[in-house]
Design a protein around this ligand. Sequence first.
Ligand SMILES: O=C(O)CCC(=O)C(=O)O
Length: 288
Amino acid sequence: MIQDNYRISDQEIALYKSFGFLVRRNVFTPEEMAKVNEEFDHRRASVVAEIDPEEERIFTQWPTRNPETPFTASLLEDPRIYVPMEQLLGEDSVLFQSNCNSYSWDVQNWHYDVGVTEIEMIKNVMYLQPTTANNGALRFIPGSNRNPLRDELTNMQLAKPRDEIGVFYEASGLSGEDIPCFIFESQPGDVVAWNELTWHAAFGGYKDRRSCTFNFIQHPKTSKQRAGVQDMVAGAAHSVKAQGTVGLQYHPTWLENPNNNSRRARWIKNLDEWGFIDAYNYGKTETK
Ligand SMILES: O=C(O)CCC(=O)C(=O)O
């Protein structure tokens, strides 16, 4: 049963479904965000110590389900996160990926997160510092989760980096910052949830810009949806390598589920059955 007091409204559901994203303000308190930032400081220091300094990373990522960050990890099972997701994706949806990110890039070009269209996935992001249009706020092109717009933006080569100008940018003389969009200017504690097919970008980044993400996937019911999940599983090991994620997505202490949380138990069962645990933790590419 979904708990009533954390539910999003029918209007919010309509906004998400039509435009591909949903902004939720003040989901977490300033005190809670201070705790998340404090854990982030400590974990980031231990992660950086593990990375070869020669790498000079502009992006450092580590999974949230880690005993070094117990408060942040507890947010996975916080109804403020999972209740809206269960409304949007079904009560049997699963939190399959969750990371902390320290970005030091200036620009994140327009893109969408997954190529898999058969199964719906939602990413929740909260930024740990205030964001503004010129200081790393995430932007969305409303409705770009759906076709024909999603594919039209691909054909316009909106995702091309600055040094490889895409057809639209070349013909128009415009750049990524000029694309009409919704800009998610935010305070720590605000959360934006988006369909992972929705086009998004961020400009005006700075060193150690911080976010935490919580990604949910629908429980597959049809053979097409099951194939979609398998495609995600097949790409998981590659994504860990490409992103240079430090540490296990599903830490053994989280998998032990010491308090017998029933939602966590269901997630673990599904993650194991679908092959995510083998793929993310052990780099196994063949699906079950
Ligand atoms: O904040 C950023 O630089 C980009 C975030 C993003 O693209 C994502 O979380 O998928």
